[in-house]
Design a protein around this ligand. Structure first.
Ligand code: MN3
Length: 244
């Protein structure tokens, strides 16, 4: 990208964000829908600059207000095409992608995935420095990945290896164990065609739009930064819900 066009890109990204930034620390319901059933953009649970220096303000702003918003707009347009689709939860749609009408199947997979994944991802991150894995999660990590450090190393490797755009996840499988899985594009482990299905408790977005402005081509540096801003309180909560 040339310098000029990048500057334009960043400038455009700053326009829509004042409202959300003022409301910064509010919590949100991940899959908020308005009165008509349309999906809406959840507020970030922190300010756009709160994750600096690990993820920069411009990236967070564009990622949230442009990329995430676009998935939501496209998802709303797709579910509006067929009676009844807009009343279904994303998780339900993910379990039944193959039986969706052909003209919206791909759009719902990509944009529904985009909406779910980003809503989840914002909660995975935090500026708080003092969160850590619960005892229960630490035990599970030791059982399924040998140790926390090995888990970290393997997850970083899995995230680094995703070819092109996609995500790396830690999921809780049917038998309640932890597993790592990578998915392409905006797929996730809740979708029936995922190589490994399960409930995500941790995930990282490795699309270039998640890190390119700050880390350029150095995805490994972005992954390293990611570990400094993981919200273990949220991961703990997701884990305890998933093993119930
Ligand atoms: Mn993204």
């Amino acid at each position: 990208m040339k310098n000029n066009s990048r500057r334009d890109f960043i400038k455009k990204g700053t326009v829509l964000t004042l409202g959300a930034s003022l409301l910064g620390a509010q919590t949100f319901s991940a899959m908020a829908q308005d009165k008509k059933g349309a999906f809406t953009l959840p507020l970030l649970p922190y300010d756009y600059n709160a994750l600096e220096p690990h993820i920069d303000e411009a990236t967070m702003r564009i990622h949230h207000t442009k990329h995430h918003q676009a998935y939501i707009n496209n998802l709303n347009a797709a579910v509006a095409k067929h009676e009844g689709l807009e009343k279904r939860t994303l998780e339900d749609l993910f379990r039944n992608i193959e039986s969706l009408p052909d003209d919206v199947k791909t759009a719902i997979r990509n944009n529904g995935g985009g909406h779910w994944n980003h809503s989840f991802f914002w909660k995975i991150l935090t500026p708080e420095k003092n969160t850590k894995p619960s005892e229960a999660l630490q035990k599970a990590i030791a059982k399924d990945f040998s140790s926390f450090d090995i888990m970290k190393e393997e997850f970083s490797k899995a995230a680094g290896k995703v070819f092109g755009s996609g995500w790396a996840w830690i999921i809780v499988t049917k038998d309640k164990s932890l597993k790592m899985v990578a998915t392409a594009n905006q797929d996730n482990p809740l979708m029936t065609h995922s190589a490994e299905m399960g409930t995500p408790i941790l995930g990282i977005d490795v699309w270039e739009h998640a890190y390119y402005l700050k880390h350029q081509n150095m995805r490994a540096n972005y992954i390293k930064d990611f570990w400094s801003i993981v919200n273990w309180s949220f991961v703990n909560e997701a884990y305890s819900k998933a093993i119930k």
